[in-house]
Design a protein around this ligand. Structure first.
Ligand SMILES: [Zn+2]
Length: 174
């Protein structure tokens, strides 16, 4: 068994500082939100910390996606939005603030994550299929990607090297 390092740290090639620990980052809104002209957002979108509805016909839930780092206990944690059906959205809203363990839905990722979309559209994380798995009270649902030949799925299922983790973290807004 390789010994696990206690704390992940690296010198960031983005800001030049040493980062100790693994930062978490969450998107404040689904990327579809930015398709709405700024002046119309207040009218067309209802945006909260955990849920979003656009045009009363597109429904989004915020969940948590972990990317494990090989050799470390703590993963990189992303707060991501997923587009879900109206029925799943309604069910989730009912459970907000309660134990959500029974909640389960399928959705599509509704963010474009740095480190995945540089090359071409097929490399983007947008619209990747996922499951949302409800959690006990106070915790956002877990996001589990459906198996697909995409770098994000490979990273989530196999974990990333510390070197790639450093690259990904440097690309997180911070
Ligand atoms: Zn940095």
């Amino acid at each position: 068994m390789p010994q696990k390092a206690e704390v992940f740290s690296f010198v960031c090639n983005c800001c030049g500082k040493e980062h100790v620990g693994i930062p978490a980052y969450g998107y404040d809104m689904p990327v579809d939100y930015f398709d709405i002209p700024v002046m119309d957002r207040g009218k067309r979108a209802v945006l909260g910390t955990d849920t979003c509805v656009i045009d009363r016909e597109r429904y989004y839930i915020k969940g948590i996606l972990d990317i494990p780092i090989v050799g470390y206990d703590e993963p990189i944690t992303w707060g991501l939005w997923a587009k879900v059906t109206e029925a799943d959205y309604a069910q989730y809203r009912k459970l907000l603030g309660l134990d959500g363990s029974a909640f389960q839905a399928t959705g599509k990722i509704d963010v474009t994550m740095p480190g995945y979309n540089e090359l071409d559209k097929a490399g983007q994380t947008y619209a990747l299929r996922c499951d949302l798995v409800g959690q006990p009270v106070g915790l956002r649902p877990r996001i589990l990607l459906h198996p697909v030949s995409h770098r994000l799925f490979v990273d989530c299922s196999q974990g990333v090297s510390p070197e790639r983790a450093s690259e990904l973290i440097a690309l997180m807004p911070h």
